[in-house]
Design a protein around this ligand. Structure first.
Ligand code: PEP
Ligand code: MG
Length: 320
C-alpha cells in the first residue's frame, strides 16, 4: 500500500471530472522542506514560524529569520511558500519572555495580537519575510485575525517595512500577497472585511473548532467533544469556501481536517481546491482526490450541511 501511494508522487492531483486540486504542505522548520519536495507537494501552504522562536532563550533576529525563510523559498524553487507571522502564545509559548500569563491564554494576547503589541519584533519579522520574497514565491499569512483594524494595522506595519527596505535599496517582491487565517468564528462570520483587504484566506480548522465549540484543543478531558463534523463548524467552513469562490479570493484549509483523508470528499464537495497538511498525509489525500467526482459530491454535501445533528452528518460523510 505504501509503495502504491509512493507512485502517486508525480501524478497530477485532479478529480475524475478534471478539477485541479492543490495539495501543499505544513512545515515548522526550514529542514522540513526536504520532506515536502520528496512528496512533490505543490508548495508550502503553512510555515509555522513560531517554531524558530520556541525552546530558546534569545529570539532570532532579522538575519537569522531571513536565512530561514530564504532557505525554504529557494528549496521550493518557485512554488508558493506561505509563511505565517508569529503565532505565539496559548498552545505555542515562548521559553522566556513572550506574553505574560493571562487568565485564559487561548483568549489572550496571542498571535497577531501579540505581534501588534510588539511593533519592533513584528517589524523585524516582516523585514525578514520581505527580503526572503526576492528568492521565491513567498506569501505572508496572518494568524488569529478577528477585527478589520487588526488587518489595517498589519498592512501598515508591512508598508513601513517595505518603505525601509526601499530606502535601503534592498530587493523584495513589491506585490507580495498577504492573506489571513480564518480560525476565529467572528472572522468566518464577517468575511467581507477580509475579502476587501486581503489576497487570500486560509482556514485553520484546529482553532476554528476550538473557538466554535469552546473546547480547549489541548485538554484531554474534553477531547471527546472536539468534533470537526459539528454542523456549526461545517457551516463556517463551507460559508468561507463558497464566499471565496464567489468573490475570487483563493481559500485553502491548513488545519488538521485538510490532512485527514476521511474528510477529503466532504471538503471537495464544499468547493475546496486547496489543501495544506503534514507532508506525510499528502499522498493519501491525493488518492482520495483522484477517486472523487466533484460534480457528484457537491449536491450531496450541500444536503448534509442542512442536518442539525453531528451523528447524522457523520453517517452521511461516510457514505459520500
Ligand atoms: C489551525 O488553527 O488550524 C492552524 C492551522 O494553526 P495552528 O494549528 O498552528 O494553530
Ligand atoms: Mg491556529
Amino acid at each position: 500500500e505504501r509503495s502504491k501511494l509512493k507512485r502517486l508522487r508525480s501524478t497530477r492531483s485532479a478529480t475524475l471530472d478534471g478539477e485541479m486540486v492543490s495539495l501543499q504542505a505544513n512545515i515548522e522548520l526550514p529542514g522540513d522542506a526536504a520532506q515536502v519536495r520528496a512528496v512533490e507537494a505543490d508548495g508550502v501552504g503553512l510555515f509555522r514560524t513560531e517554531f524558530l522562536f520556541m525552546n530558546r532563550d534569545v529570539l532570532p533576529g532579522e538575519e537569522e529569520q531571513f536565512e530561514a525563510y530564504r532557505a525554504v523559498a529557494k528549496a521550493m524553487n518557485g512554488k508558493p511558500v506561505t509563511i505565517r507571522t508569529l503565532d505565539i502564545g496559548s498552545d505555542k509559548p515562548l521559553k522566556s519572555g513572550g506574553p505574560r500569563i493571562e487568565t485564559n491564554p487561548a483568549l489572550g494576547l496571542r498571535a497577531i495580537r501579540y505581534s501588534l503589541s510588539e511593533p519592533q519584533m513584528f517589524l523585524t519579522q516582516l523585514r525578514a519575510l520581505l527580503r526572503a520574497s526576492h528568492y521565491g514565491k513567498v506569501q505572508i499569512l496572518v494568524p488569529m485575525l478577528a477585527h478589520a483594524h487588526e488587518i489595517d494595522a498589519t498592512l501598515s506595519a508591512l508598508a513601513l517595512a517595505k518603505a525601509q527596505l526601499r530606502a535601503e535599496k534592498v530587493k523584495f517582491d513589491e506585490h507580495i500577497a498577504v492573506g489571513g487565517m480564518i480560525e476565529i468564528p467572528a472572522a468566518a462570520l464577517s468575511l467581507g472585511v477580509f475579502i476587501k483587504r486581503l489576497q487570500f484566506l486560509s482556514i485553520g480548522t484546529n482553532d476554528l473548532i476550538q473557538y466554535t465549540l469552546a473546547i480547549d484543543r489541548t485538554d484531554e478531558a474534553v477531547a471527546h467533544l472536539y468534533n470537526p463534523l459539528h454542523p456549526a463548524v461545517l457551516r463556517l467552513i463551507a460559508q468561507t469556501i463558497v464566499t471565496g469562490a464567489k468573490t475570487g479570493v483563493p481559500v485553502s484549509v491548513c488545519g488538521e481536517m485538510a490532512g485527514d483523508a476521511r474528510y477529503t470528499r466532504l471538503l471537495l464537495g464544499m468547493g475546496l481546491r486547496s489543501f495544506s497538511m503534514h507532508p506525510t498525509q499528502i499522498l493519501e489525500v491525493k488518492q482520495e482526490v483522484l477517486r472523487a467526482d466533484s460534480k457528484e459530491l457537491t449536491p450531496k454535501v450541500m444536503r448534509l450541511l442542512r442536518y442539525d445533528e453531528a451523528d447524522k452528518i457523520s453517517e452521511a460523510v461516510e457514505r459520500l
